[in-house]
Design a protein around this ligand. Structure first.
Ligand SMILES: CC(C)(COP(=O)(O)OP(=O)(O)OC[C@H]1O[C@@H](n2cnc3c(N)ncnc32)[C@H](O)[C@@H]1OP(=O)(O)O)[C@@H](O)C(=O)NCCC(=O)NCCS
Length: 152
C-alpha cells in the first residue's frame, strides 16, 4: 500500500485538540491543553505538526533562545509510529534551526526511553549529562533525564 503524504506545518490554534490527544496517549504526565495554548502565544516557542489527510499524527515543540534550540517535546500518535513521522518532524526542526542561525540543539529525555534516544542519535545527538530525578511519575517515583545535544 502506498504511504500517504505527511505534511509538516506550524501548529495553529485549530491543531490544539489533535496535539493534546497525542500528548495524552504518549506521556505518563501529559501537559494541560492550556499549556499548548500558552506556547502558541510564546514568542520563543515554535511547534510543528505532522498531518496525514488533515489528521494530526505527531508534533514537535522547540524554543529558540539566541543561538540555542531547546526541544520541549516530540510525540507521534501510537497508531502511526514506525512510519518515519518523527524523523520528518526532526528534519523540519533542523531546517528551522538553519534559518535561525542555531549553534546547538539540546533536550532532556527519560533515561529509560530508548526509542527517543535512538531517534536523536540517528540525527547526531550525543548524550552529555544526567539530570537526576528530573521527571516525576504519577506513582510518586522519579526518573532520571539524559541531556542530549547536537552541535551544528
Ligand atoms: C519516540 C517517538 C517520537 C518516535 O516516533 P516514530 O514516528 O515512531 O519514529 P520514526 O518512525 O520516525 O523512527 C525514527 C527512528 O527512531 C528510532 N526508533 C523509533 N521507534 C523505536 C523503537 N521502538 N525502538 C528503537 N528505536 C526506535 C529509530 O532510530 C528510528 O529509525 P529507523 O526506523 O531508521 O531505525 C515515538 O515513539 C513517541 O511518540 N513516543 C512517545 C513520546 C516520547 O517518548 N517522546 C520523546 C520525548 S523526549
Amino acid at each position: 500500500m502506498k504511504m500517504q503524504k505527511i505534511v509538516i506545518s506550524k501548529m495553529a490554534i485549530d491543531d490544539l485538540d489533535g496535539v493534546y490527544e497525542i500528548d495524552r496517549e504518549s506521556f505518563p504526565v501529559p501537559w494541560q491543553k492550556s499549556s499548548f495554548e500558552e506556547e502558541l502565544k510564546n514568542i520563543l516557542a515554535t511547534y510543528l505538526v505532522a498531518k496525514l489527510n488533515d489528521k494530526i499524527v505527531g508534533y514537535i515543540g522547540m524554543w529558540f533562545v539566541i543561538d540555542e534550540c531547546h526541544i520541549t517535546n516530540i510525540a507521534v500518535h501510537p497508531e502511526f509510529r514506525h512510519m518515519g513521522i518523527a524523523k520528518k518532524l526532526v528534519n523540519g526542526m533542523i531546517k528551522l534551526c538553519n534559518t535561525h542561525g542555531i549553534s546547538y540543539i539540546l533536550l532532556e529525555v527519560r533515561a529509560n526511553n530508548i526509542p527517543a534516544q535512538k531517534l536523536y542519535e540517528s540525527f547526531g545527538f550525543k548524550s552529555d549529562g544526567i539530570r537526576k530525578e528530573y521527571y516525576k511519575n504519577p506513582d510518586g517515583t522519579y526518573d532520571d533525564a539524559i541531556l542530549m545535544t547536537k552541535e551544528f
